[in-house]
Design a protein around this ligand. Structure first.
Ligand code: HEM
Length: 194
């Protein structure tokens, strides 16, 4: 049984039969609604605004029409390979994610003292990693506030690996990343290295 199914099943059970506690289930439902709604609506709104303001729509439409034309059965659903072949679409999404910085900060806790560039972050301290500090850094991205999907065509994989984390990273990496937008850092890296 998947986690979501378990939550729904537990909602209909007596307390003593429940596998997960009510507190846990409520936190999961709130978390999913918040994580899955606020993030998508914010980035989607920004993307539509950027598309309205810039002349990339024709190229996007051409890419999608090309895929539709190459389909053997025009009524068939979008296949995974077709989705993955939308290179320009992915560049537009990346650019929106890079500009949008959906999460203001990624929260972590120092499990032990951490030495970093001559400073020590003491154990138990809360750390907030601010992705926009690198995603909007002009030393990293040339003219970072410009909407330029073309920058993703030949982007340096090293730069991406260190400076693009719209979905966070590590064990707390966004659970909806593959579902909501295609690009984790690892995906971009894979695409560039391919
Ligand atoms: C454009 C859309 C989205 C963006 C930019 C985004 C971004 C993020 C970021 C930055 C984090 C924190 C990761 C970290 O701390 O390393 C996160 C966590 C999370 N996201 Fe997303 N997210 C998006 C869509 C979604 C969707 C659609 C869902 C669910 C269907 C979702 C579910 C989650 C969950 C459950 C977490 C918590 C993961 C954990 O703490 O273990 N996200 N997201």
């Amino acid at each position: 049984m998947y986690g979501g199914d378990q939550v729904i099943a537990d909602l209909n059970k007596e307390d003593k039969e429940k596998f997960l506690s009510d507190d846990f289930n409520i936190t999961v439902i709130f978390g999913l609604l918040f994580a899955g709604f606020e993030s998508v609506s914010k980035i989607l709104t920004l993307t539509l605004k950027l598309l309205a303001d810039h002349s990339v729509l024709q190229e996007l439409i051409a890419e999608h029409e090309g895929i539709l034309k190459s389909k053997q059965n025009s009524d068939s659903l979008l296949a995974w390979d077709e989705y993955k072949s939308m290179t320009f679409t992915l560049h537009v999404i990346n650019e929106s994610l890079q500009l949008g910085n959906g999460a203001p900060g990624l929260l972590r806790k120092a499990l032990k003292d951490i030495d970093f560039k001559g400073f020590t972050i003491p154990a138990d301290w809360t750390i907030m990693a601010v992705a926009s500090a690198s995603q909007l850094n002009s030393d990293v991205y040339k003219d970072p506030l410009a909407f330029n999907p073309g920058r993703w065509k030949d982007i340096d994989p090293y730069l991406v690996s260190k400076n693009f984390m719209p979905y966070g990273g590590g064990t707390r990496h966004c659970a909806g990343a593959e579902f909501s937008g295609p690009k984790s850092r690892e995906d971009v890296l894979f695409e560039v290295l391919r």
